[in-house]
Design a protein around this ligand. Sequence first.
Ligand SMILES: [Cu+2]
Length: 173
Amino acid sequence: MKNNFKILALATVFVVSLSACGGDETKESTTTTTTTEAPKVENTAPEPVAVNTFEVEANDQMQFSKNELKAVAGKEITLTLKNVGKTEKSVMGHNFVVLKEGTDIAAFATKASSAKETDFIPASEASKIVAHTKLLGPGESDTIKFTLAKGTYDYICSFPGHYALMKGKIIVE
Ligand SMILES: [Cu+2]
């Protein structure tokens, strides 16, 4: 009886050590899988990823956070303007107006400044506008989507007096 018990105990130890070994092997194979997957990620990284998504901030100092954006032609652009200022909209409102190539910015801005009832988006100049955000007060943001062909496009804030400082270019390639 005692001997039988000993054999059973030994057998149990043997089984336990076997399964412990099995556990280790599983861990090792998991590690190997991770290592083989890693180079795949590295291979995708250098590929040029065309991201036509932009976020631009406008502040109380009459500045856009970006004055040059580079975009890919023929692909939809998603642009968000955030007014990060604290001054009320009637005094320091901001918008983002993308103009067609060859638009005279000064002439456009003059017309815009007298279009208060339409938030400084002059109806008479609609043919010169590619896209524009709403006029934003402090803490507000607006997202617009548009597509551009190859070229260089000016953008401005059309709030009266702002375009001299608040302007930039979208270079589309
Ligand atoms: Cu502005």
